[in-house]
Design a protein. Structure first.
Length: 405
């Protein structure tokens, strides 16, 4: 199979020559996935030289059609060969794959974003008028993780409805005794929650709100934020081979809000995550982070993990040490304190422009594979300089935090 791409005025043309069967479908799939990862959301397939199309090939085309349609993109065959035209018509798929209406509908008028660039990224900023200020609440005492462990008196059941996001150490279950062998890192964002159990399974679990079902976590400590976001910040690395660090994104978020402390939720294509996760439950015995005990308590890699995944990140960043919440924050860079957790998912493209946070997060949990939940951190042991999580492109929902409840 031969594949040639050409940029058109409003889309990318993909000219394919050969047979599109189950074998060559994998080759086409890899190429299309790379194009979408690179930001191409409007694809025109020139199939004038495709001699054969099997059911496996048809299924592949429908999957990409649905994927791009879901993010406001388009996927259409513009020049089918006689065989391709016959197969598509027999499958009654002509209105989808041949339709001249397959191009994206005219965009709904939106506020014109403010565009600016830094040394590492280009940004688009959309300001909003939040109905409610974003407030935050510290939960529990993180010092107990090193100071003797947790007991039933340290566990609170915290609800995370669609108006909230939060991070911390917790578990799904029915109270402290039920959860004591599973407490691990969690994050909850607008009605969806995930955590990594420490019972040895090493498989993250999640819960998505539905009807009257709202995610609840037995929480040892953490941060819970509630309210609306004032800014949507889109970003993309300035060069295809480069990436944007977590602290660069946080610095920009702090600057655009004009605040010394912000809450942030981000969905972004990962260039690699740097983080750690507990390997054993902290409520069954005293935790030791001293060498060599740390190796049995903490899972940590000196290399970035989960590159090419889609990451959901949530947390709080500050340039100060804000009173009672200070114990929950850790140094992330030269002048930024913060606490962030990230969940890694299988890749899916993000729509461009202004997108809805809740529907995007819900689709992640319901459609993609949840791979991991990590506490994101900066590894300052590297001789070449601090190592931290990096991203290729993404969207951030940000707001200044108005107080401590």
């Amino acid at each position: 199979m031969e594949i040639v791409t050409q940029q058109l005025a409003d889309a990318l043309e993909v000219k394919v020559k050969g047979r599109l069967d189950n074998y060559w479908g994998e080759h086409l799939q890899r190429n299309l996935e790379e194009l979408i990862r690179g930001g191409a959301h409007h694809l025109r397939l020139n199939f004038s030289e495709v001699a054969y199309l099997s059911s496996a090939g048809v299924g592949l085309l429908i999957r990409f059609y649905r994927q791009l349609k879901a993010i406001g993109g388009s996927f259409v065959i513009v020049a089918p060969s006689d065989h391709v035209k016959l197969v598509i018509e027999l499958c009654h798929l002509s209105p989808l794959l041949f339709s001249q209406q397959a191009a994206a509908a005219p965009p709904i008028p939106q506020a014109e974003p403010l565009r600016f660039t830094t040394a590492t990224a280009s940004f688009e900023l959309i300001e909003r008028s939040p109905a409610r200020a974003l407030t935050w609440e510290p939960i529990g005492a993180p010092a107990l993780l090193r100071g003797g462990g947790f007991g039933p008196q340290d566990c609170r059941t915290i609800r995370f409805p669609a108006s909230t996001f939060g991070i911390g150490l917790g578990a799904f279950g029915h109270g402290f005794e039920d959860a004591r062998t599973r407490f691990g890192e969690f994050l909850a964002v607008v009605g969806s929650a995930a955590y990594l159990p420490t019972d040895g399974t090493n498989v993250p679990d999640f819960m998505v709100s539905s009807g009257d079902l709202v995610p609840e976590l037995n929480t040892l400590y953490g941060l819970r934020c509630e309210g609306d976001f004032s800014h949507l910040l889109r970003f993309e690395a300035t060069a295809p081979s480069s990436a944007v660090s977590l602290t660069d994104i946080l610095s920009t978020g702090l600057e655009v809000t004009g605040s010394s402390i912000i809450g942030l939720v981000m969905i972004a294509e990962s260039a690699g995550l740097v983080g750690a996760a507990l390997r054993r439950p902290p409520a069954t015995e005293s935790v030791s982070f001293q060498y060599p005990d740390i190796r049995i308590w903490l899972s940590f890699s000196t290399e970035r993990l989960y590159s090419r995944s889609l990451a959901l990140v949530a947390g709080v960043a500050s340039t100060a040490s804000p009173g009672p919440v200070a114990p929950h924050l850790r140094p992330l860079g030269t002048d930024i304190l913060g606490h962030f957790h990230g969940a890694a998912f299988s890749h899916r493209p993000l729509p461009k422009g202004e997108i809805d946070l809740k529907s995007t997060v819900t689709a992640l949990f319901e459609s993609e594979n949840l791979q991991a939940v990590l506490h994101l951190l900066t590894d300052d042991r590297q001789a070449a300089g601090p190592q931290q999580s990096e991203f290729v492109r993404g969207a951030c929902w940000i707001s200044a935090l108005s107080g401590v409840q």
